[in-house]
Ligand binder design. Structure first.
Ligand code: NAD
Ligand code: ZN
Length: 370
């Protein structure tokens, strides 16, 4: 039933295993990596309720010492305070440099635990056990770890590749529907970046993927193959890897201007809206077509994702405030704006030196759409 994908990074290579029942087998997998290691599990209270018991049982069965560190669910845990709490808890649990930090949860747990692992004792090993769709197709793979600063999202972090990724698709059965939908945006992103055939396949199979079953495993595997290939080409984002930010420059600005309040907008929703804007902006700049922009919006709308600014409840920031928030994004270099734009579906590219005035007038029109 399972699929294994290798991320090829020389001495930092690792496997992504995708399939059902992997949390219950985690102990055996970790024992195979290192029979003498101990595990500092980082998880949040939502995930712990459903999945911590089976994980600790499997570590017990493999005779692996473990301790669990619980964080509050939500983006606000990716903070300096959250980072300090996790680091201090791991240190006081007397874990060695060679032990594992095990990140059991969504992207918040993965980013926070991953950054703690990168920092503690100048680098502990990390096993990612992603439990949200977003984390399974994106954040658990590729080694980006970070916390947020009051200045902006993900601005304090490090590249730190995991030693193993166990994507247990069964964990998605307890994921709230809204989070599953949000993760779908990151899944579709891979088709939109450079794989039009995958996007077409998603158009035909979205309902089956949402329902579970073999299409879900295949979709996650294909996303991980894409991400693994991009990361292998450009581990530290000197070039191509920036394509993974499709929709994120706009998306992060919406997240910022809604105060990272998950009740209003979660990350994947911001990405869906951001991707729609990137395609419409591409059309406006004359580099993409309106048909493709409409097709993307139709797909996301059918999935239940936001595609228009008015879909964000109570959003009334001005175009200038939007531009300001975009300017905080770390992809801005020396005053010129970098966006991921698209010549079409599966034909995204990195556009440097985008004129802020074009962005402002585009956003002004977008805010007037209804
Ligand atoms: P999240 O970790 O907040 O999870 C979403 C919600 O679902 C949380 O309330 C969580 O408790 C709950 N949850 C997760 N798995 C569950 C399960 N199986 N059952 C029940 N509840 C479950 O958010 P996310 O969407 O997974 O990740 C978003 C974060 O990922 C953002 O901080 C973003 O910046 C980061 N991210 C990082 C990368 C990267 O490359 N490092 C890439 C994309 C996103
Ligand atoms: Zn993302």
């Amino acid at each position: 039933m399972g699929v294994t994908i290798r991320v090829d990074l020389g001495p930092r290579s690792y496997d992504i295993v995708i399939g059902p029942g992997l949390i219950a087998q985690a102990g055996a997998h970790i024992r195979r990596l290192d029979p003498k290691s101990a595990c500092a599990i980082v998880t949040d209270t939502n995930v712990a309720r459903h999945h911590l018991g089976p994980l600790t049982a499997s570590l017990d069965a493999a005779r692996i010492r473990h301790a669990s560190i619980m964080i509050e669910p939500g983006e606000s845990s990716k903070s300096y305070a959250g980072f300090a709490t996790v680091c201090d808890a791991i240190l006081s649990g007397r874990f060695e440099r060679g032990d594992f930090v095990v990140a059991l949860g969504g992207g918040v747990v993965g980013d926070l635990a991953g950054f703690a692992a990168a920092s503690l004792k100048r680098g502990m090993r990390v096993v990612q056990i992603p439990t949200s769709l977003l984390a399974q197709v994106d954040s658990s793979v590729g080694g980006k770890t970070a916390i947020n600063s009051p200045v902006g999202k993900n601005l304090v972090g490090a590249f730190h590749q995991p030693t193993l990724v166990l994507a247990d698709v069964g964990a998605l059965d307890t994921l709230p529907r809204r989070e599953l939908t949000a993760g779908y945006a990151e899944l579709a992103k891979y088709g939109l970046i450079d794989d039009a055939a995958f996007f077409e396949w998603l158009e035909r199979n979205r309902a089956a993927i949402v329902a579970g079953g073999p299409e879900r495993i295949e979709a996650i595997a294909q996303a991980c193959r894409s991400k693994a290939a991009i990361v292998a080409r450009d581990e530290t984002e000197q070039g191509d890897r920036a394509l993974l930010n499709l929709g994120h420059t706009f998306g992060h600005a919406f997240e910022r201007l809604t105060g990272y309040d998950g009740a209003r907008l979660v990350h994947g929703e911001g990405v869906a809206l951001g991707i729609c804007l990137a395609f419409r902006f591409s059309t406006r700049l004359g580099v993409g077509t309106g048909q493709d922009a409409d097709r993307v919006a139709r797909h996301f709308q059918a999935a239940g994702l936001p595609t228009e600014i008015r879909d964000v409840p109570g959003f009334n920031a001005s175009p200038d405030a939007m531009l300001d928030a975009i300017g905080q994004d770390k992809k801005v270099q020396r005053g010129s704006l970098t966006f991921i734009l698209a010549h079409g579906i599966g034909r995204s590219y990195i556009a440097k030196g985008v004129d802020a005035a074009d962005v402002r007038s585009f956003l002004t029109d977008e805010m007037g759409r209804n």
